[in-house]
Design a protein around this ligand. Structure first.
Ligand code: NAD
Ligand code: MG
Length: 407
């Protein structure tokens, strides 16, 4: 039994659908709101959430006449109340309010908070057995198998919104799960695909934020430059589709047109293609089990001319190798991998470490964790949250020595 539906066999829901968007002010949130805007009358917005962007959240809340909005940052609550004065829209503050937003009954929810901070709210949505479009890959990597197990138990339906996983989700329906032999997720290679190791080592924040194909939030853009994003996605694929590390391949594809492929036992490989625009996989999740109109540009392969593929370079991009190591190690190692990366990315943005030190901090934290004898089977999502907390502390304590180390 899988929480990701393997066939389009659910009846289409007629009438108005209620929706909630967690992380409404972000890049995925923006694309989601754009799709909702394009189908007036079909959706009613129940709740919207954000971290600290009061103006953006209040504007969306008024435009979509949301019933409830929640802001994580306690210092901004007064501002939010002022911005919504007279609207009749209820508002809340802090993590508990984000969880309340996720808990309110709706037909569909977009989980698009950035980082493991999205885990508890996503679990609240899981527990009410709703349909969840899951963009927030870190919450899955943090909780591992428990997220999916809890989803099965609650009868929640998880629709993969990450473009590669959405591609796999689409391709999978052309065979049976037991006929699958391998999946391939593509990676653009990011801005440093062709760079020499010494240049990658000292890449600046501005350089890391220049993604060649996708326009995304800051953290995922940095993760794409280090290929940590692809590492997270390998783990995400393992959790979503119950795959072993050997069943997941990564292929560098600089044009980002082919998003993912599934190989079946007869050696047929089924791929999903599209222009690199997140509104396509989000539209697939929003419409599912139907197809709805999507606003992305039409794919023009004649104009693109060439699609190229290359093997990933695990030496220049050690973050990807570390993801496979974490997956093979199990026992909370993927939780540690994600937690250490969140600390490393924040340190890089804060100019405390060099770009090359991001993967070194993740490596050092994973090694330190294993040497300290901390690996243990996770018994629940709460165990994963505790590991996440402790691994962040370990990464923060290793940070000064990683920052000081000359290369
Ligand atoms: P973003 O930084 O643009 O937006 C993040 C959203 O989460 C914002 O609304 C922000 O206010 C909210 N948020 C951040 N920290 C929070 C906290 N502690 N508590 C509550 N809310 C918080 O990020 P994004 O690019 O939209 O990515 C969101 C998620 O989707 C990430 O997990 C990312 O890996 C995944 N994803 C993004 C893309 C993309 O194209 N942007 C593609 C695939 C997957
Ligand atoms: Mg992706």
């Amino acid at each position: 039994m899988s929480a990701v539906p393997l066939k389009n066999d659910k009846p289409v829901q007629a009438g108005v659908r209620t929706v909630t968007v967690l992380g409404a002010t972000g890049s995925i949130g923006d694309s989601t709101m754009d799709l909702l805007r394009g189908a007036p009358g079909r959706y009613r917005v129940e709740a919207l959430t954000a971290n600290s962007n009061v103006a953006g959240l209040a504007k969306l809340a008024r435009e979509f006449d949301a019933r409830f909005v929640a802001i994580a940052d306690a210092a901004r609550f007064g501002e939010l109340k002022d911005a919504l004065a007279g609207s009749g829209i209820e508002c809340g503050v802090g993590e508990s309010a984000i969880i309340e937003a996720a808990s309110r009954p709706t037909d569909w929810l977009m989980a698009a908070v950035s980082g493991a901070a999205g885990l508890k709210p996503a679990l609240a949505a899981v527990d009410r057995g709703t349909t969840i479009a899951l963009a927030n890959k870190e919450c899955l990597v943090c909780a591992g198998d428990f997220f999916m197990q809890r989803a099965v138990k609650a009868g929640a339906c998880i629709l993969p919104a990450d473009s590669e996983h959405n591609a796999l989700f689409q391709a999978l329906s052309s065979g049976n799960r037991d006929e699958l032999t391998r999946v391939i997720i593509t990676a653009s290679g990011g801005p440093f695909r062709t760079w020499a190791p010494a240049d990658i080592e000292k890449a600046t924040l501005a350089q890391a934020l220049k993604h060649p194909n996708w326009s995304m939030g800051q953290k995922i853009t940095i993760d794409s430059a280090s290929m940590m994003n692809k590492g997270l996605e390998v783990i995400e694929a393992a959790c979503l589709f119950a795959l072993t590390p050997d069943e997941i391949d990564v292929l560098v594809h600089p044009q980002s047109i082919v998003h993912g492929m599934v190989e079946f036992s007869d050696r047929s490989v089924v791929a999903q293609l599209g222009t690199p625009d997140m509104r396509t996989p989000i539209a697939h999740c929003l419409g599912w089990p139907e197809r709805i109109a999507g606003p992305a540009a039409k794919l023009d392969l004649a104009k693109i001319g060439q699609l190229t593929f290359e093997a990933p370079d695990f030496a220049r991009f050690p973050a990807l190798r570390l993801a496979y190591d974490a997956l093979r190690t199990g026992n909370g190692a993927t939780t540690v991998y994600n937690a250490a990366n969140e600390i490393a990315v924040a340190a890089f943005i804060g100019e405390k470490i060099r770009f090359g030190a991001i993967a070194r901090l993740v490596d050092a934290t994973m090694n330190g964790w294993i040497r300290a004898g901390n690996l243990a089977p996770l018994g629940s999502a709460d165990d994963a949250i505790a590991v996440d907390h402790n691994a962040r502390n370990m990464a923060a304590s290793l940070l000064p020595q990683i920052a000081a180390k000359a290369t």
